[in-house]
Design a protein around this ligand. Structure first.
Ligand code: HQG
Length: 181
C-alpha cells in the first residue's frame, strides 16, 4: 500500500471497527469490540475498492498507525478507542494526576457550561500528554487544550478507564475539575 492507500484503508477500518460494523455484516465482541482478522478481511474485500486487501495490508495499517489505533491479538483485531457503536468495556484504572483533552475554541462555552460529554462517541477521550490532545483538538478549528485535575474529578464521581498508549477514557468530565492549559 502507498501512503494514500494506507490512510484510506485505515479510515475504512476505523469506520468498520468503531462505528458501523453491521453495515459490513460484522458482529463485534460486545466486551472488547474485536472481531477475527479473517472476518474483517472478508468485510473489507466485499467493498468495491478493496477486493484484493490482504492480511499484510491490514498489518501494515496497524503497524504504521501514528496513534496506534488498532490492536491485533490472537488472530483478532479491534480499535483501542473511539467507538460510537457498542459500549466496549474497559477496566477502571488509576490515571496520572493530570490528563489533557484537546478541543476547539467554538466548543468552549458549551463545555464550560455542561462539562465534557462523549458527544458522538461512547466516552470522552483524554491523554497523558498534550500531543494526542493537540491532534484531536486541531481537527475542528482553533485548538484549545484543557487540563484535567483527575483527583478532583474522582471526587466528583468520575471513573477513568485506560485504553493504552497514553489514552484515557471517561463517561463524562464535569465542570469544576478542568481548566484551560
Ligand atoms: C467536544 C480521533 C460541546 C469535544 C481524535 C470534541 C481523538 C463538546 C467533540 C479521538 C462537549 C467530540 C477522539 C460539550 C465535548 N459541548 N462540545 N459539552 N463535550 N465536546 O471526535 O476527543 O484520529 O467525538 O471537545 O484525534 O475530538 O480518529 O472526540 O471536540 O484521538 O483515531 O465534542 O478520535 O482520533 O469530538 O476525538 P470527537 P475527540 P482518530
Amino acid at each position: 500500500l502507498n501512503p494514500a492507500q494506507e490512510k484510506s484503508l485505515s479510515k475504512l477500518m476505523s469506520k468498520v471497527l468503531r462505528h458501523t460494523p453491521e453495515e459490513f455484516n460484522l458482529i463485534l465482541d460486545p466486551e472488547d469490540g474485536s472481531c477475527s482478522i479473517d472476518s474483517l478481511l472478508e468485510a473489507l474485500q466485499a467493498q468495491p475498492q478493496w477486493p484484493t486487501t490482504s492480511l499484510e495490508d491490514v498489518e501494515q495499517v496497524v503497524r504504521n498507525s501514528d496513534k496506534q489505533r488498532f490492536e491485533i491479538k490472537d488472530g483478532r483485531i479491534r480499535t483501542r478507542y473511539g467507538h460510537s457503536h457498542d459500549k466496549v468495556q474497559y477496566t477502571p484504572g488509576e490515571p496520572p494526576a493530570v490528563l489533557y483533552h484537546g478541543t476547539n475554541r467554538k466548543a468552549l462555552p458549551s463545555i464550560e457550561k455542561e462539562g465534557l460529554r462523549p458527544m458522538g462517541r461512547q466516552y470522552v477521550h483524554l491523554s497523558e500528554g498534550t500531543h494526542f490532545a493537540a491532534l484531536a483538538g486541531s481537527r475542528r478549528g482553533e485548538l484549545v487544550i484543557l487540563k484535567i485535575d483527575t483527583l478532583k474529578a474522582k471526587q466528583l464521581g468520575v471513573t477513568f478507564y485506560y485504553a493504552g498508549n497514553e489514552v484515557w477514557l471517561a463517561d463524562r468530565v464535569p465542570v469544576g475539575c478542568f481548566m484551560i492549559f
